[in-house]
Design a protein. Sequence first.
Lengths: 123, 729
Amino acid sequence: MSMTVLTVDDSRTMREMLRLALADAGFRVVQAEDGIHGLEVLQAEPEMPQVIVTDINMPRMDGFGFIEEVRGDQRYRAIPILVLTTESDAEKKNRARMAGATGWIVKPFNPVKLVDAIRRVAA
Amino acid sequence: MDPLAAIRETFFQECEEQLAELESGLLAMEGGDQDPETINAVFRAVHSIKGGAGAFSLEALIRFAHVFETALDEMRSGRLAPSNDVLKSMLRAADVLADLVRAAHAGDEAEHPGAATLAEELRTMSGAAGAEDESEEDWGDFEFQPMAVAVEGAEAPAAAPAGFKVAFKPRADLYAKANEAALLLRELTRLGHAEVELDAHDVPPLNEIDPEAAYLSWTVTLTGDADETSIREVFEFVDGDCELEVTPLGGSAESEGGEPAFDLSSLLARVQGDAPAEAAPEAPVEAFEPVAPPPPAPVVAPVVAAAPPPAAPPAAANETAAEGQAAGGPRKTEAGATIRVDLDRVDRLIDLVGELVINQAVLAQRVMEAGLARASAVAMGLDELEQLTREIQDSVMAIRAQPVKSVFQRMPRLVREVAAMTGKPVRLVTEGEGTEVDKTVIERLADPLTHMIRNAIDHGLENPEKRAAAGKPAEGVVKLSAAHRSGRIVIEVSDDGGGINRERVKGIAIEKGLISAEATLSDEEIDNLIFMPGFSTAAEVSDISGRGVGMDVVRRSIQALGGRITISSRPGKGSTFTMSLPLTLAVLDGMVVSVNNQTLVAPITAIVETLQPKAEDVHSLGGHARVISIRGGFVPLIDVGMALGYRNEPLPATQGVALLIEGEGGARAALLCDAIQGQRQVVIKSLEANYRQVPGVAAATILGDGRVALILDIDTIVTVSRGDMRKAG
């Protein structure tokens, strides 16, 4: 059974990089372009993703808002969320954690470590 | 293509979009836009470019984007005011960033001449002169960075006993963030041989269990090669959400509680017998897991079977999900419903639709010839087919349509550069950027527009002193606008400069032998002289627009697109160039005429009027050259049949019809044909692809009766005939 990962990133490049890395590892990948789109995809997706990987800086709804929404929803709150961001500074990371992020990955990511991190948080 | 190479291309494509976004955002801010979303978008653009550049290790790009981003972040957080000067620097930084992106795309590693200075400027702006070292560090290494935690007993000698005792007590927060103790323990067991003890002491009686609380803690004795750093790394994500103690074996920290602590695997053996070892640690945790995981928990152990269902049991969760989905029905994923399609495929489709249109027309004609009644089922079905075909054609054309924004967006930078070179302050105003037109038209618009905008600044606008003398603001305005008008796109480039100096234009035209000294010309005709080949008004050949190409080149490229360009100028107020272009290059509105039993098509756009020549209006100039008098003015009468070699003797003017057309330089001519068949939309078929270029013929088309008709290249015919006429005269 392959695991479904939802990636939320406004950059097409990043989405494609993620897809490549995750598909190589045998994950099924669904994509969204920002937080709002991410919520829409969650709702429309027949197979609930086991892990969410999200960017922070996005239009319409950023990563913090998205995490809060997911954590605030009974249906999704148990899904581990990894924040994917170039901000290695503690403040952004802490804000993401406060919002409910499960973990983080620093961009640019090493595909092996990305997959590793996903396996670490995924049931 | 190698998938990574494909993503790299995507990255550069996306960079262009981000750069456009960046520039338009900065320009909007310069124009007074204070919407926080604008600066956010600007920030995000640079941020995204940096992110992607990082993925491809494009060092120069990363470094510059980082400095730029820092400055933008200062602005975003309100610490740096978006003054005009700051925004001007940012715009220049955007230009440099664009150069760096293109250099990176081309694999060009040469230093950018302006990057260092501008980076310094940005650093000064963000007051981050000292932040440089930190930034280098930021981008040095992108490994997972364990949070630096000062650990007592961190002096744990490398030669210490091979093992650690890990005491781990999750807090409720840990679970709330969807971390799982079981997974952490599993991770830990991978580092070496682990003996896990569970402390379930704090678990209250069942009826008092709070599903959101955390009651369990574990002590793991880990033996093997694992060092403390790798152990702490396991708990990286939950730092702060748990109590964690890592002590070398044989150290002091003893697990105080340790009385009923039982061995995890033995518990599991009791609980589950045959569960795979891999899932072992999950059993007890899942049972007490405060939040129900989305997939049905596989191991609801018999031991805890009496436990009340967790807050949201899987079934309930599914129900909620289903409800939510029903309720949220209309909120489906319509966002971003776009696909990227290879242009070749679209072109192939357009070609096929072209064939379809022709076929349909052929069929219609055949049916008509068969003498079927208009109301017959076949004829009516055919009517419907015609309508459908037209709709398909429109829809397919719409696929190729793009907003002119992509070409308009290149202009602000050009304006800045030309303004800097000429020392004239200029403001560019754009309008109607969303107006759509065929992609090919857009691509071929870039050059003429560039040229016209250069001209508008270089020749159109006066220098600041002159402007001041004329009572105008020092800053000149160049306006670029686009709009749809009666099935065509109209693009205007206007300036608020001095307008065309007609005396000078006329002088130059006479001097260059373009017109005779005695010629009396209307203001409009004088203005249009600037489109004549070889005309250049720049008294001193300037660096900017005096590059040997004049407005005639612009005019020719517009005409090659099936368009026309005109100028209107008011002395002291400025000039406006108006271009009118077809929305697509695939079809053309044509006037179908016959010449010596041949069927030809003249583009309607070139035709001013049609007329029946009267004998008294036609005058011979000797040889075959004739002129026709139209409302008091004389225009050359060109026999199309002669011009194309269909006949050797000219057609008596009174036996034909004349199409009054407007050609190069605004000059008019009358094309003499045998008869007019009608007006029709025709699908353009390239002649060159199938045959070769023929002077006087622009392309071909297939008519309803299946015959091939040539589309006239009006300008060539006029130019060639005028040459003949000069010889004759």
